[in-house]
Ligand binder design. Structure first.
Ligand SMILES: [Zn+2]
Length: 263
């Protein structure tokens, strides 16, 4: 059964933050368009467009993931001239510019097709949820530390939840937990999990223990991403739950601790 990837707690936080940070002043919106276009044009020259004529195979892969996730809006794909396996999404908050998904040159070089599909799907997840736009408006309104503690906490929790949800889109794109884990390992240290001979079942058992250790402790990840072990556990739950009720009850301890231990 295909489960809905939306994490309802993230969606609720999105509404709360959006109602608070959305600019009322048209000048702020213009400022946003200006900032976006600066990033867009400044960086464009350093990145290589993934288009049907420039990189046909990669273009096909990007488009097939986009179709699989039913992303209707215009999205440009680019090869980012950076070392290290990473992707990012420049998410447009308006109808003037398209969103852009960038895949690093190293990612394209070192990831196999399933792992790359995961990365594309993950970044498209951020486009679908307009995650960066919320962050942008939040920073625009409050600067670094200007929001109330409660709202600042909501923003941090939102950021962590949004990564877990983006992982679900990545999973829907590639359909394989093994590919997700091998993607994370390659990303962190270049290690090729699929060549290691490590049993996936044994790995998941060990991972479950690691997550319990984190849950008992106070820290659940950085400001922007939950620990890899938590991300793996959360996606494992998503990929093995029979229905949405089971999914939300198994996810509850993870979301609770991410929320309550976010500093
Ligand atoms: Zn992400």
């Amino acid at each position: 059964m295909k489960l809905n990837p939306v994490i309802i707690q993230r969606k609720n936080l999105h509404k709360k933050l959006w109602d608070d940070v959305r600019p009322q002043d048209v000048n702020d919106l213009e400022w946003e368009i200006g900032a976006y276009s600066y990033d867009f044009f400044e960086e464009c020259g350093f990145n290589f467009p993934i288009e049907v004529n420039t990189a046909p195979e990669l273009y096909k892969l990007c488009q097939s993931v986009k179709e699989k996730l039913n992303v209707q809006e215009d999205v440009w794909f680019q090869i980012k001239n950076r070392i290290g396996i990473r992707g990012n999404a420049i998410v447009s908050g308006n109808n003037i510019y398209p969103s852009i998904v960038r895949l690093s040159a190293t990612a394209i070089d070192q990831l196999n097709e399933d792992e790359l599909s995961f990365l594309i799907g993950h970044e498209l997840g951020h486009v679908i949820n307009k995650d960066v736009v919320i962050r942008f408006y939040y920073d625009l309104k409050y600067g670094k530390d200007g929001a109330s503690n409660k709202l600042a906490h909501s923003m941090k929790a939102y950021t962590l939840f949004s990564e877990l949800e983006a992982d679900r889109y990545g999973y829907l794109a590639c359909g394989s937990m093994e590919s997700y884990i091998s993607f994370l390992y390659k990303c962190r240290c270049g290690f090729d999990f699929s060549k290691s001979g490590v049993s996936f079942q044994q790995f998941m058992k060990g991972n479950h223990n690691r997550v319990q250790f984190f849950i008992k402790g106070e820290h659940m990840g950085s400001d922007t991403h939950p620990y890899d072990a938590i991300r793996i556990e959360a996606l494992h739950i998503f990929s093995t739950s029979k229905d949405s009720r089971e999914l939300s009850s198994r996810m509850y301890p993870i979301l609770y601790h991410l929320d309550h231990n976010t500093k």
